[in-house]
Design a protein around this ligand. Sequence first.
Ligand SMILES: Nc1ncnc2c1ncn2[C@@H]1O[C@H](COP(=O)(O)OP(=O)(O)OP(=O)(O)O)[C@@H](O)[C@H]1O
Ligand SMILES: [Mg+2]
Length: 405
Amino acid sequence: MAKRFKEVTSVNLYPERPNFKWIVLILSFTIGVGSIVYTNDLVKKIRERERKQIDLYARTLEYVANDQDDPNVAFMLEEIIQANKTIPVILTDQHGNPEDYKNLPKVNDFDSPKERRAYLLKEVEEMKELREPIVLTLLDSDNQIYGYKFIYYKNSSLLTELRFYPYVQLSVIAIFVFIAFVVFNYSRSAEQNRVWVGLAKETAHQLGTPLSSLMAWVEYFRATYPDQEEIINELNKDIERLERITERFSSIGSVPQLKEENVYNLVQEVVKYLEKRLSTKVSISVTVFPDDEISANINHALFAWVIENLLKNAVDSMEGKGQIFIKILQVNEGRVAIDVTDTGKGIPKNRINQIFTPGFTTKKRGWGLGLTLTKRIIEHYHKGKIYIKETEIGKGTTFRILLRS
Ligand SMILES: Nc1ncnc2c1ncn2[C@@H]1O[C@H](COP(=O)(O)OP(=O)(O)OP(=O)(O)O)[C@@H](O)[C@H]1O
Ligand SMILES: [Mg+2]
């Protein structure tokens, strides 16, 4: 089967760099995972340290509570209790009444002692959910237990923030990469646009001068050699053809004017024009549904170019022998479909995604630009769609164009 297709010669106009994409992706992933693992490790270490600090804090309180005469107490109070400037702590009696707190700056938002107490109780509840409190045992002078106190604590805000840090960091990186990607793609397509438009404009411009000179020559011949009517008519046809090409190029090089046009008439015009140049072994039929009054917003010169490209490809795929069916359908309000079906060799599945890329061709003398241009005219200038509706190897292909009416 594969032998039926000629070797693919592809002029790679826009080389992709898939390897590059993969490297960036793998690198980003490694950095992402690495950053999370590292931060989690850091969080674990800091949490352990905070726990030890609290433990020391608790022991100090216990000591102070049980042995108030020791001269070292003042030092310990200063050094250890005051040193905790990050970990939020609440000290309660054995019934859960808050007696003291540290590193809870929000307490100052409340004016009345009642509100403060309510706030502290709420904090105690939250801390209780997170961790078991540290228990202080109170001893009297005979070393008999006479009561308990509880120390509730939670992560310092540093630790909390650190835990979310890698996710914030990753989101920022992801947003940045996304924006960079969009900008890159946009500038790439803007660049392509400029090339297309600039080249087309220049071509139209360059063709204009010799064309008007040729027209003048034909008029001169007509006047000078009235008996050479036939040759002059042939010359005129060539000039018309050149004019048509110039018009196409100049339309693609500017913002094209769309006009409400009868689709059937336009398609017929192109078919009539091409039929004269095709072998008699190719038949083209045009049908309309529901009636031939279907119209759409079209740029005449460009749309004729589209139909011509599709018909030429169809003829090529049938190797000069077969049938082409063009169906014009009003699919629903405001949408017109034009299906171009051939009885040619079909398109292999793995090529369907390639045929619209610039430079892709399976033909010896092809440029691989016909469908690129066609897609561009339909999508860019007419805001429509073009795609392969159906294709089967050895049976044929149907292209569908969707236009707005
Ligand atoms: N109707 C079709 N049936 C089968 N293959 C097709 C058909 N239309 C297009 N193709 C395939 O898609 C390829 C690209 O088509 P395209 O019109 O873009 O370029 P081309 O016809 O090869 O060259 P040119 O620039 O002269 O049009 C063709 O080479 C052909 O392999
Ligand atoms: Mg082509």
